[in-house]
Design a protein around this ligand. Structure first.
Ligand code: PLP
Length: 390
């Protein structure tokens, strides 16, 4: 029965992901179940989307309430669900920022950030970093520093220079006055879970300010509590001019948000930007509940505390093992970097009841939900240890 259903995906759904042969049918907070009734701890969370857990009760309740009201209202009208989300969202955004742009995915949030930078600066060139990931549309792909993702689609629309990530001593030379913006992830996600060095982000901030170049932080993966702060930039004490968010905000529904400094104002004239689905009431209701969970349950603080503990235990238990190069990360964005490809370890981990993902080819990436317990930490450590000892 399930084999037959998998067959439809295999036969007709265009394939561009390496697929694991389990059918996930249900989720509840940090756990998911497959069609055979097997339970898994989810440290994959759909590349970080289910950070608030699967079917977080407050998110589900908000969605159910909205289902009985209305599902679509364009940005040409006001909507109560949307206004309530904006009100709550601004509670977790520092005062420096004054306007948000709503989109339907992280990639789109990046596209908007690039458009904003172009319009404000009137320049067209960007500086981005090697091993960065900013999305798959042509603009976002232009600033993505991964040959494998880009090669088939070149030439890409923006002129982009790529610099080594964390190379503090090269910042002064690379940030030139002809740039529209510099775009960077505070912790590189897809590129291998690489936290920026604080002095690297500080140097970028200082030099971009001096030369009147905009600084964009892509917080689609790092934002919304994931690194132990509402926004990773708060952990670093460096404020960008523009930042993006997405993934976990709406508790599993599609969303992207771009946030800009107060003094930039609205940026676009009517006609210069738009989106049919943006600000969709169902997504807005879910996202409003998401922000409420983040604030009322002190999620960043919990993640900071548990993340440090998990990082310490991963280091203690795994660092000495033969295939392990290093353990790294920030908050609940963690990686075990190996001396070889990480992909062959995913299926054995699934067999032990743990879902994880790969980043940068050689890193086992853990993106657990905020609600994992000490027992769950134990399962993560034990299954990684077992799979890496062989
Ligand atoms: C996932 C991700 C994106 C793309 O988001 P989508 O929702 O897949 O479009 C962009 N930037 C970063 C840093 C990401 O991790």
């Amino acid at each position: 029965m399930m084999e037959e259903l998998m067959g439809f995906e295999d036969q007709y759904l265009a394939r561009y992901y390496t697929k694991r042969r389990i059918v996930i049918v249900r989720g509840s907070m940090q756990y998911v179940w497959d069609s055979n009734g097997n339970k898994y701890l989810d440290a994959h969370t759909g590349f970080g989307v289910a950070f608030l857990g699967h079917r977080n009760p407050r998110v589900v309740e908000a969605i159910k309430e909205q289902l009985d009201k209305i599902l679509t209202v364009p940005l040409t009208f006001y909507n109560d669900a949307r206004a309530s989300f904006i009100r709550e969202f601004m509670r977790i955004v520092p005062n420096t920022y004054g306007k948000v742009f709503l989109q339907n995915s992280g990639t789109e949030a990046v596209e908007v950030a690039l458009k904003i930078a172009r319009k404000i600066s009137k320049r067209a060139e960007f500086l981005a970093f090697m091993n960065s990931f900013h999305g798959r549309t042509l603009g976002a792909l232009s600033v993505t520093g991964n040959e494998k993702y880009r090669r088939a689609f070149e030439p890409l629309p923006y002129r982009v220079r790529f610099a080594p990530f964390n190379a503090v001593d090269q910042v002064d030379k690379l940030v030139t006055e002809d740039l529209a913006a510099v775009i960077v992830e505070p912790v590189q996600g897809e590129g291998g879970v690489n936290p920026a060095r604080p002095e690297f982000l500080r140097a970028l901030r200082q030099v971009t300010s001096e030369r009147n170049v905009l600084l964009i932080f892509d917080e689609v993966q790092t934002g919304f509590g994931r690194t132990g702060y509402y926004w990773a930039f708060q952990g670093y004490g460096v404020e960008p001019d523009i930042f993006t968010a997405g993934k976990s905000i709406a508790g599993g529904l599609p969303i992207g948000v771009t946030v800009v400094r107060r003094e930039f104002g609205d940026v676009f004239e009517p006609g210069e930007h738009g989106s049919t689905f943006a600000g969709n009431p169902l997504v807005m209701a879910a996202a409003r509940a998401g922000v409420e969970v983040l604030i009322s349950e002190n999620v960043p603080e919990r993640v900071r505390y548990m993340g440090e503990k998990l990082l310490r235990e991963l280091s203690d238990e795994l660092s000495g093992l033969k295939p392990v190069l290093r353990v790294k990360g920030m908050g609940f964005m963690l990686g075990v970097e190996l001396k070889k490809r990480a992909d062959p370890y995913l299926d054995p981990l699934i067999g032990m009841g743990l879902l994880a993902s790969v980043a940068g080819g050689t890193t086992i990436r853990l993106l657990p939900p905020y609600c994992i317990t000490d027992d769950d930490v134990g399962l993560i450590i034990q299954s990684l240890r077992k799979s890496l000892v062989e």
